[in-house]
Unconditional design. Sequence first.
Length: 390
Amino acid sequence: MIYDFDEVIDRTGTSAEKVDGMKEVWGRTDLIPLWVADMDFATPPFVLDAIRKRCEHPVLGYTAKPDSYYRSIVDWVKHRYGMEVEAEFLNYVPGVVPGLGMAINCFTRPGDKVMIMPPVYHPFSWLVTRNNRRLVKCPLKLADGHYRMDLELFRRSVKGVRVFILCNPHNPGGVVWEPEELKAIAEICAEENVIVFSDEIHADLTLPPNRHLPFAMVSDRARNNSVTFMAPSKAFNMPGMAASHTIIYNAGLRGRFRAYLDAGELDMGHVLAYPAVEAAYTQGEEWLSQCLAYIQGNIDYVDEYLKKAMPKIRAMRPQASYLVWLDCRGLNLEHDALNDFFVSGAHLALNDGEMFGEEGKGFMRLNVGCPRAVLERAMRQLEAAYAALS
Ligand SMILES: Cc1ncc(COP(=O)(O)O)c(C=O)c1O
């Protein structure tokens, strides 16, 4: 079966954050929405079918997590990443961000230090500061258009830190980390008693030939000292289903997290979550591979267009996911002027790079998880604004 990623679907009026949320952020609705990290493709038909099928039964009562739900996750991570996981290592959490928030509250106390590597997915810093923990930053190094970890700085900054939140693969840089980087992090964190929370929500969107390496797989120390966060939400475009999960190998950490969840029934999922997750993980292989090929085509399109027509904007080609980090420093525009260029000039809604930390100054994040025709229109608009600038 060939799936259709070209279809332009109007999401207006569905309370979609990406579309209907523009009014609140920019006070206007005439922008092409290329910001919030979901895709404009239809959620796979087998996921929608599973939800419809469940709705055919007239009672939406309290629902236990079926064994088949756990099995679908166990089989998926084994098949894709060679991860050996047992059902008891898993916990349902509604979202990765809520799960990270729960884990911060479970494993740290107010005033404790939590480290991140900016520029990074912006809620990481809120999760720390809004929970009254202290934020420690270990900024990434940018060399030859690629981000790398600054391991020397990491070693120095990690003293006294309780938790390190890793973004693997990295958003917004789209980086698939080198095994050596992950191993080094695992060693340092084990020596310094720092628990690693590895956010792997974009893992399934790793673009071939790159391969995702789960942090817990890099060494025994990594496996014993980490909480992994995964979900089918990004890859199968179903974040509105609120269905994510954690994987914890270490029995001690697992017991603590389990007790924390139990105390508030925080892992109470919902009746549609389990069949949706199961459908994605048992039937999703082919859909995902076609989707990744489409995304790769969109990335190539943007990269080539920019190189040819707008050389002062450079695309950092992601190794994973549909988010393209645009280096706009060549335009020499300050923060407000850069945003104005994209919004008033090009009529595009992108994420402002500084949302991800001051290290994102001069960058914008472009979401290419959309039909090619939408992207073509966006690039034409950007080109016109670029021409007007010079
Ligand atoms: C790295 C990362 N983690 C978490 C999330 C959001 O996860 P959730 O919607 O499950 O809370 C996103 C969404 O963009 C993300 O990029």
